[in-house]
Structures are given as structure tokens and as C-alpha cells.
Design a protein around this ligand. Structure first.
Ligand code: HEC
Length: 120
């Protein structure tokens, strides 16, 4: 399923694609949109705290995904969705995501600066 975004998303799209191009991306077929991903990521932020939105669960240990490689994020979310990865929380999260959601979320998180390592 290939989807081309309209010109109005051009700037965000260019930003979203930059890391992929630099890495010779083999990511899935949907083109991720950083701005849409930012909105979708609202539900992820409580666990995967990102700098502007403090982690709501300080004692809940979750992997840091801000600044992670875009293709890695896409692959991880596919793996939760199709059952290759079996963590119940993330399987539940990923099961409601469409291909486009996954692409947008991956573009957004990949565009973030990695978090500072305050909690080892
Ligand atoms: C209720 C808490 C919670 C929420 C909400 C949540 N996650 Fe997670 N996430 C986790 C935990 C815990 C893990 C580690 C799971 C494991 O060990 O496989 C994880 C793992 C991941 C990973 C794999 C990271 C890695 O290094 O391999 C990705 C990618 C991810 N989550 C993306 C998301 C996205 C995108 C959302 C929002 C749609 C989201 N998560 C929402 C708790 C959460």
C-alpha cells in the first residue's frame, strides 16, 4: 500500500524522509508524516516519556524510542502487531495501529532528539 502525501505536507515530509534517505531506508511502504505522528504519539507519551511531555510513570521502565532509527521503530511496531513480539502492553497498543499510523509514529519518534539518560 503506497500512499503519496499532498504537497501541503511537503516540508514535514522532507523532514520525515531525511533520516531514511541518509540510512538508505528499507522501511515499509507507507510514507510517514511527522506532524500526524506527533498527534498519534499522545497516547505513547505517558509511557515513552519524551522531553516536552514528562514521563507520567516514572517507575514504569520502558525503552526510550525518541531518536530511534525509523526503520527499527516500524519493524518493532509490526512485530508487536503480528505477534512476533509478545509484550502484552505493546501488542495491545500496536494492534489498533494502521500501516499509516505506524509510519507516522516512526517518522515522529525518529525525528526527536534522543532523551537524556537521567534514569538508567
Ligand atoms: C502502557 C505503557 C505503554 C504505552 C502507552 C506505549 N508503550 Fe511502547 N512499550 C512499552 C513497554 C513496557 C515496552 C517494552 C516491551 C518489550 O519488552 O517488548 C514498549 C516497547 C515499545 C517499542 C520497542 C522499543 C525497542 O527498543 O525495541 C516501540 C517501538 C514502542 N513501544 C512504541 C510505542 C508507540 C508508538 C506507542 C503509542 C502508540 C507506545 N509504544 C505506547 C510501554 C508502552
Amino acid at each position: 500500500m503506497r500512499r503519496f502525501l499532498p504537497a501541503l505536507c511537503g516540508t514535514a515530509l522532507a523532514l520525515a524522509m531525511a533520516p531514511g534517505l541518509a540510512l538508505g531506508s528499507t522501511a515499509g511502504s507507507s510514507v510517514g508524516d511527522v506532524e500526524t505522528g506527533r498527534l498519534l504519539a499522545f497516547t505513547c507519551a505517558g509511557c515513552h516519556g519524551i522531553p516536552e511531555l514528562r514521563n507520567a510513570y516514572p517507575n514504569f521502565r520502558v525503552p526510550k524510542i525518541a531518536g530511534q532509527n525509523e526503520t527499527y521503530l516500524i519493524n518493532a511496531l509490526h512485530a508487536y502487531r503480528n505477534g512476533d513480539r509478545q509484550h502484552p502492553t505493546m501488542v495491545a497498543q500496536a494492534s489498533s495501529l494502521s500501516e499509516q499510523d505506524i509510519a507516522d509514529l516512526a517518522a515522529y519518534f525518529a525525528s526527536r532528539r534522543p532523551q537524556q539518560n537521567r534514569r538508567p
